[in-house]
Design a protein around this ligand. Structure first.
Ligand code: ADP
Ligand code: ADP
Length: 842
């Protein structure tokens, strides 16, 4: 688990290992600039700790470029502890500002002087395209600036020679997700959380009134937040700058709203991006839309403008992990930079870290604006990238039902079934499948209660309207069971025959995967199974072979992340406030601000809110802390994904997982590590333990061991997170991921069925039974038969798991010495305006 860790085996690659990189003698400056975003702190923390880890000096540059220009106390060396306890804090602790001075050469001259004095020649800038442009200009001018400073006698010629080059690496921190070349910018996911929380809240109150809500979200030039929120809540209409509504939209919108009302839909949601425009580039405002709805339809209409709420709150698990990964990657990129490498941005493509030339990205981002200004809206959407375009197409497809006359009849029946434990996002997946299926001309059949229900004939045709409003619902509305199809093959085959099922979509976890294998094996005996079958992974454990992610895992991660910080805050106050000594397992639901699931009773939520608010107030008055270590057990079966990623997102000191065997010496060295830590100003620890990580080193055992060994130094608390990880409202990521992956699966089914149309074709080959998953940058259909080789059936996990390579990262950030493969990316690539045919993975 720690210092005596052996490096992970390099997989036949020439990857460099960390040992080969040294930051000795280097000084890195880190700054946050432009608008703030949640997750910036996680990025700063990762840069500082990774920098220190490789032996470099890291300096905070406060208040963005202003601090760099002003120098003095604005540039301060950072140490390990200076970034403690900031992972969960929104905004940026080093401040961010807009800076006019830096736009002039004179300002940049001052900034260069300040950096050279401290020997800082590596710069890590976290900000939007403006900030990154500034960094690029600064880098290009650097040697000229230094010469000028030397001429003026401000620095020596030696210094000019020694610090002749400035290396620049950027990370995009922006809630708008408006930067070309990156799928997700730091802060976007958290902003989506804020928006969806508001929509969920509106939904619960609106059940009692018929209302129309016009919700304005941020995005002056970019409609990403509006689009993805619309996708995540099934909004009735959305207004974006990149894709203005067609002429006559006023009437179309009103017709649509009244149709929805006629179907007894009580709530209409219209989402408007701050910068929404019409085809003539005239702004479309929320008030204008409200006016329209009120005068044309007479509906009770409310406008909600979200504003800065979207930048607030704690960063989501996704943002913390993203920012931590990118921060480490940025330091590696800085160490590898040579005078010849151009300034780069580290970012995420699908699930893979990439390095892109900074200016290419900036230019393409500016191209989008130009395209919009010139009313080339199609180009604007394309330039935004494949992920944006895919979101837009999916939204349109799911929100607007074509008239029956325009839908081709495929004469095919497609079944949809949920299998395994419920996972947040499953319902979004079913909704997308049903609607895409209908729009492609199939009749869609819902199977209730998994394979067991299937065998018993619990199967019914399901329509477009039946799945309305399903995106935000937790659990599985269709009902799901763990039962495998093996013992019911006869009955299931009979049902397939009765309902003439031509294809099957299975949404579920490891059981779904096993089930698919059983159906494949039964093809010889039952020709009913000779149809295309595809599964999309949905399980909190994220242990399905063939996919980097599964639906539901993100929501569970958020629960774990939130749980820790809530526990921490409560426990800090427990000594002085005995009233806080209540069962702590209730906390996560409140802190995460999700709509509470049915597991929570009325009243306890309010009670907890009071506690949390009180905690905050007490915290502000800075009362004393106590040395404490939390041991938290997560779900996941044998799969350590949740423990590991939860650990990364919550800043854990250790995470015990099955995939990385550990022994008593590891436990001991972890205790020693924590004992050392208690001597510093960070007097708290967090240890995660996956439920099946070890038969004998149980949570109780570890708790007792830590308690005994930590006696007099720290005390321990343990908590088993249990089933609350499966519950709750699905996170925006899970809703969208569920929607998109399932829509894609239906398209695959359609194309398979088209191949065979009218030929009564039997599907016998292995590639007609697939798992659809994310693998690095792509959505991939992989035959289950092939995935068999890659599966550890005994422990129900894939033999290779991508996230294991992030394990050292968690340890480095927790101050352990480890060895690890330097990065995913390592090579600078070019920005692609349009990706390959494949739609974006995320
Ligand atoms: P964002 O980084 O979020 O796009 P801004 O565009 O406001 O935000 O840029 C933030 C800061 O970056 C500016 O206040 C300025 O100091 C610096 N900056 C932006 N553009 C330039 C530029 N062309 N030259 C120099 N500095 C710039
Ligand atoms: P969700 O909230 O999941 O998106 P909605 O109930 O809002 O579901 O439905 C979205 C769109 O589907 C509506 O705009 C409506 O036009 C269309 N729609 C729903 N049911 C029907 C139906 N039975 N016939 C025709 N169109 C429908």
């Amino acid at each position: 688990m720690d210092g005596h860790d052996s490096p992970p085996t390099p997989k036949g690659s020439l990857r460099k290992f960390l040992e080969q990189l040294s930051g000795a003698g280097k000084a890195i400056g880190v700054l946050t600039s432009g608008g703030d975003a949640q997750g910036m702190n996680a990025a700063v923390r990762a840069v500082v700790r990774m920098g220190i880890y490789v032996g470099a000096k890291v300096y905070f540059i406060y208040e963005g470029y202003q601090g760099m220009v002003d120098g003095g106390s604005n540039i301060v060396e950072a140490d390990w502890e200076s970034v403690s306890s900031i992972l969960q804090v929104g905004g940026t602790i080093i401040g961010s500002a807009r800076c006019q001075d830096f736009r002039s050469r004179e300002g940049r001259l001052k900034a260069a002087c300040n950096l050279v004095q401290l020997g800082i020649t590596s710069l890590c800038v976290i900000g939007g395209d403006g900030s990154l442009t500034g960094a690029h200009i600064f880098r290009t001018e650097w040697s000229g600036l230094l010469e000028e400073l030397a001429r003026d006698g401000k620095i020596s010629t030696e210094q000019v020679q020694k610090h002749g080059h400035l290396n620049v690496v950027g990370m995009v921190g922006s809630i708008d997700n408006d930067f070309c070349g990156t799928d997700m910018t730091i802060g976007t996911d958290s902003a989506l959380h804020r928006i969806i929380e508001v929509v969920d809240a509106i939904m619960t109150t609106a059940q009692s009134h018929q209302r129309t809500f016009v919700l304005e979200v941020m995005g002056r030039h970019c409609g990403y937040l509006a689009l993805v929120s619309a996708l995540a809540c099934g909004a009735d209409w959305v207004f974006l700058p990149e894709s203005p509504p067609e002429e006559g939209w006023q009437e179309n919108m009103c017709v649509k709203l009244s149709e929805n009302r006629a179907r007894k839909k009580r709530l209409n949601i219209i989402i408007v991006a701050e910068g929404a425009i019409d085809t003539q580039n005239k702004p479309i405002t929320s008030e204008q839309i409200k006016e329209l709805v009120v005068t044309q339809l007479g509906y009770d209409t409310r406008v909600t403008i979200l504003g800065h709420v979207q930048r607030g709150g704690t960063p989501s698990a996704f943002d913390r992990i993203l920012a931590s990964r990118m921060g480490v990657e940025a330091v590696v990129a800085l160490l590898e930079a040579t005078p010849e490498t151009p300034a780069c941005v580290v970012s995420l493509s699908g699930n893979q870290a990439v390095r892109l030339p900074l200016m290419e990205c900036v230019q393409m981002t500016q191209e989008v604006q130009k395209a919009m200004d010139e009313r080339r809206f199609k180009d604007a959407v394309q330039l935004r990238g494949r992920s944006f375009e895919n979101n837009l197409n999916t939204y349109k497809r799911l929100a607007i039902k074509l008239p029956d006359s325009e839908i081709p009849n495929s004469n095919c029946n497609v079944g949809v079934v949920n299998v395994g434990a419920p996972a947040a996002g499953m319902n979004a997946a079913v909704r997308a499948a049903v609607r895409v299926g209908i729009s492609e001309g199939h009749r869609m059949f819902a199977v209730y209660d998994g394979f067991e229900g299937f065998a018993k004939g619990q199967i019914k045709e399901i329509g477009w309207g039946d799945v309305g409003g399903w995106t935000g619902q937790g659990g599985s509305i269709l009902g799901t069971k763990r039962t495998l199809p093996g013992k019911y093959l006869e009955d299931i085959a009979a049902q397939m025959r009765t309902h003439s099922i031509n294809a099957l979509l299975i949404i579920g976890g490891f059981e779904a995967y096993l089930g698919l294998l059983e159906l494949l094996a039964a093809r010889e005996k039952h020709e009913e199974f000779c149809v295309p079958m595809v599964m999309v992974p949905a399980t909190v454990s994220n242990n399905v072979p063939g996919s980097d992610f599964s639906i539901g895992a993100d929501t569970a991660l958020n629960t774990i992340t939130d749980a820790f910080w809530s526990l921490l805050e409560l426990s800090k106050e427990r000594d002085s406030h005995p009233e806080f000594c209540i069962p702590v397992c209730m906390v996560p639901a409140t802190i995460s601000n999700n709509v509470p699931g049915t597991d929570l009773s009325i009243g306890c939520d309010t009670c907890l809110n009071v506690i949390v608010e009180t905690c905050d107030r007490i915290k502000q008055s800075a009362s004393g802390t106590k040395r404490r270590v939390f041991i938290i057990e997560t779900m996941g079966g044998f799969c350590g994904y949740l423990a590991n990623m939860g650990g990364l997102a919550a800043g854990a000191d250790a995470a015990y997982i099955f995939e990385e065997p550990f022994d008593i010496r590891d436990l001991q060295s972890n205790v020693e590590h924590l004992t050392e830590k208690m001597k510093t100003s960070i007097q708290r620890g967090l240890v995660l333990r996956n439920e099946n990580c070890s038969e004998n080193y149980t949570t109780d055992f570890i708790y007792q061991l830590y308690s005994e060994e930590g006696k007099g130094v720290f005390d321990c608390r343990k908590n088993v997170l249990g089933h609350m990880q499966q519950g709750g409202a699905p996170s925006p990521f899970d809703r969208n991921f569920g929607t998109k992956i399932s829509a894609r699966a239906m398209q695959w089914i359609s194309s398979k069925l088209r191949e065979s149309a009218g030929k009564g074709k039997k599907f016998l080959s292995d590639d007609s039974v697939c798992v659809l998953g994310i693998s690095k940058r792509k959505l991939l259909f992989q035959p289950v038969a092939e995935l068999k080789k890659e599966t550890d059936f005994e422990h129900r996990i894939p033999k290779e798991q991508w996230w294991l390579k992030l394990r050292p990262l968690m340890k480095i950030l927790a101050k352990y010495k480890v060895s690890f493969e330097v990065s995913d990316a390592s090579q600078l690539e070019s920005v692609q305006p349009r990706g390959p045919e494949e739609p974006a993975a995320i």
